[in-house]
Ligand binder design. Structure first.
Ligand SMILES: [Zn+2]
Length: 597
């Protein structure tokens, strides 16, 4: 990459004219209209009529799906790049409307898939055009068949608006109104929960503890309200499960993630077995921070050491070079993304915080959003998002209906890309202190997935069991949270966070249940592939691409069996994956001890 890169993205090649684009306005109307027309068509479909009719419906559905995603992606870009863009806000509302229409359409299609007779179903699946869609069609038909009657389903989803999702909104409203007072330089400042939480990363221990106490007090003051929101949304969920006759609260989240409970158990067992080394890391970190033991609010504290910054151009070449050592195609993709300006990385006011990668399946392009200021964490984020972009890139030619991968494999390519770059950053560190900081950053990520997320999982599982018997009191919720954290952190901390069940939004999400274990799965799945790639003798790149291409059309067990020849219900794969994480801990411990002398 010889020329100087521009850190702003080009949206005009997709729709010219930003949020006032006439082409885009026209496109949005078209998507909305097409969903309407297709819904009409599906409503009038004779499910056991001609199989050709189904072929046509599924073809239309693919087109509409791709168009909706294209539209949604453009809106995401508009609203992220400029938070004051009023037209973008209007489009965000429009997108929600279209999403509702589109999910209603999906429901009808699924019901109809469930109503096809066995004989006709077999005929349909044998059609050449349908064969590639077998997995997702079977899946949708099975789910449709577990549903209650059409009227009962309608009733549940109508009542869910105010009786279920409303609890999540209520949660958001209460959190939005919370103010946390923090004294800084002799003056009391009032902050939102998010702003105050960001201040927990201060290297000043006293200040960190003070901020943690202030935040904890605020959660405590509202705990009875959150006890209500959590109990009621869980109550609604369990009540529907009862009607579906599902006794296991993990049934739904496992199905969404296309994985078996055995796989999940084997994964956690392997993690638990290797926790002692991570406990050693926590003890070493305590010693670096001059503490006897870490408190929960010290786990993510920085270990203070200056790390060298890289300009955008330097960061870009570093990423492309490191990708190349693993996969020339990945490197070429990243280089193209930089040169064609698929990335919005400029450090300027008015941008939304955070980072994401969004796909334009019709244009076969992706866009990455982030704010780049040159830190190693920025470079890691950039690599991460490029990983997502690459995932979409290899999926471009896959049928649109087979591009829907679940949360637990969604992070495979991104974590993989991030790991390549994080490893390279450690290797090229200029001083031992810098190296220690970079290693610490890597290990703290493993700790988050193995301990913090494990605590969330343990809590949620126990909470749902107790909720089956009735309301769970706030005292009990606090108790359950502490028990879960003690178990997950192997009792290695001096203090825990009893109100974490209230402060973590994820417990209050109604869209998806158990918004926790898929993170850990995704992280370790990626580590396992990394371990595999390092030992693989043949053409890993092609193998990797083939795996990514299949992420939206099989279970995770099938995916691993087909592409990595491993059985995820057995410990071997997980052992290898955790082994990669353990190497970092060992290196960190050795280096920390050397520097202490
Ligand atoms: Zn990601």
């Amino acid at each position: 990459m010889a020329q100087k890169l521009q850190p702003t993205w080009d949206l005009d090649v997709i729709f010219p004219g930003q949020s006032s684009s006439e082409e885009f306005q026209h496109f949005v109307n078209e998507v909305s209209k097409e969903i309407e027309v297709l819904t009409e068509k599906v409503n009038h479909l004779n499910v056991n009529g001609h199989v050709e009719d189904w072929e046509e419906i599924l073809e239309n559905l693919e087109t509409v799906t791709k168009k909706s995603r294209e539209m949604g992606a453009f809106i995401s870009c508009l609203s992220a790049q400029n938070v004051t863009d009023k037209q973008a806000d209007i489009y965000v509302a429009k997108r929600a409307q279209i999403a509702a229409a589109s999910s209603a359409l999906t429901k009808i299609v699924d019901q109809k898939l469930g109503a096809i007779t066995e004989a006709n179903w077999n005929l349909l699946l044998e059609r050449e055009a349908i064969k590639p869609l077998q997995f997702i069609l079977q899946e949708r038909r099975e789910r449709a068949r577990e549903q209650l009657s059409k009227n009962e389903e309608i009733l549940i989803s109508d009542l869910a608006v105010d009786g279920y999702h409303a609890w999540n909104q209520m949660y958001g409203t209460i959190v939005g109104n919370m103010k946390i007072e923090i004294e800084e330089d002799g003056e009391i400042q009032s902050y939102s929960v998010g702003q105050a939480s960001n201040k927990l990363s201060t290297p000043d221990r006293k200040q960190r503890e003070y901020i943690f106490r202030q935040i904890s007090d605020a959660w405590k003051a509202n705990e009875d309200l959150f006890g209500q929101t959590l109990n009621h949304l869980a109550g609604f969920r369990l009540e529907t499960y009862k009607h579906y006759k599902w006794d296991n609260v993990l049934k739904e989240p496992l199905a969404i993630n296309r994985m078996q409970e055995e796989t999940l158990n084997t994964m956690w067992e392997a993690i638990v077995k290797h926790k002692p080394l991570f406990v050693e890391y926590l003890a070493q970190k305590a010693s670096l921070l001059n503490l006897d033991k870490l408190s929960i609010f010290d786990v993510n504290a920085p270990i203070q050491s200056k790390v060298e910054k890289k300009s955008y151009d330097e960061g870009a070449s570093f990423i492309v070079d490191q990708f190349r050592s693993f996969s020339p195609q990945m490197a070429d993709f990243a280089q193209m993304a930089f040169e064609k300006r698929w990335i919005e990385a400029e450090d300027r006011p008015g941008k939304r915080p955070g980072g994401f990668c969004t796909s334009f399946p019709l244009s076969e392009q992706t866009r990455i959003f982030m704010t780049y200021s040159g830190t190693p964490s920025n470079i890691a984020t950039l690599a991460h998002e490029l990983g997502h972009g690459y995932h979409q890139h290899v999926m471009n030619k896959v049928n649109g209906l087979n591009q829907g991968y679940a949360m637990n494999v969604a992070e495979t390519a991104s974590t993989f890309a991030e790991m390549i770059v994080a490893d390279a950053s450690v290797k090229t560190a200029k001083t031992d202190e810098e190296k220690l900081t970079l290693l610490e950053d890597k290990v703290s990520r493993s700790v988050a997935f193995f301990m913090n997320i494990h605590a969330r999982f343990l809590f949620e599982k126990q909470f749902y069991e107790e909720r089956k018997q009735g309301m769970v009191s706030t005292e009990r919720l606090n108790e359950l949270m502490i028990e879960a954290q003690k178990e997950a952190y192997c009792e290695s901390l001096s203090e825990y966070d009893p109100h974490f069940w209230a402060s973590k939004l994820h417990f209050h999400i109604t869209g998806v249940p158990f918004y926790n274990f898929p993170y850990t799965f995704g992280y370790l799945f990626s580590q396992g592939i990394y371990a595999y790639a390092k030992d693989y003798e043949g053409d890993f790149e092609e193998k990797y691409n083939a795996l990514l291409r299949d992420t939206g059309r099989m279970t995770v067990e099938e995916l691993a069996q087909k592409h990595l020849q491993v059985d995820l219900t057995q410990p071997d794969f997980w052992e290898n994956a955790i082994g990669i994480c353990k190497q970092d801990v060992q290196e960190f411990l050795e280096l920390a001890k050397k520097l202490e002398k």
